[in-house]
Design a protein around this ligand. Structure first.
Ligand SMILES: [Ca+2]
Length: 152
């Protein structure tokens, strides 16, 4: 952990707007079929692979808290060995252990880029850029024009 992150965590803990440890509230659930429908509507050309029968939904705010605590975005970028796919897999890995592993959070590949995506408790799709922790309701132009694969 960098000193900066540690200080931020302590400040947030003592000033009360963020817990020192990760907390997440499971709001509800979403079936494989419904999740597939939402993702297919958002990305009609994509191959979609969903591994679980049921997913646990959380708020966008809880994912934002997780992203603020995650240090994946602090890695240095290196061609091939720590580039977009590696950032996306690293962040997906952090969300592949409890209490996050049931959350509909996955990897998305376009024609030019790999990053992450998330479906919140209101069935909204958010595109998550693991190199910056930015979340957006649309894919940015630089992130690609054709979604090829979604794994969640
Ligand atoms: Ca790579």
């Amino acid at each position: 952990m960098t000193l900066k992150k540690l200080l931020l965590k302590l400040l947030r803990y003592f000033f009360g707007n963020k817990p020192l440890v990760e907390e997440v509230t499971i709001v509800g659930s979403i079936s494989n079929g419904r999740l597939h429908e939402i993702l297919a509507n958002a990305c009609p050309m994509a191959e979609i692979y969903l591994s679980d029968n049921v997913y646990q939904t959380i708020t966008k705010r809880d994912l934002e808290r997780k992203l603020a605590l995650s240090e994946v975005n602090e890695h240095e970028f290196y061609d091939e060995v720590m580039d977009c796919d590696d950032f996306a897999y690293a962040l997906h890995g952090e969300l592949s252990v409890p209490p996050w592993s049931g959350v509909p959070f996955g990897i998305i590949w376009t024609n030019v880029h790999a990053f992450n995506l998330f479906v919140d408790d209101t069935d909204t799709v958010w595109y998550v850029e693991p190199q910056s922790d930015e979340m957006a309701p649309q894919i940015a132009a630089w992130q690609g024009s054709e979604v090829q694969l979604i794994v969640m």
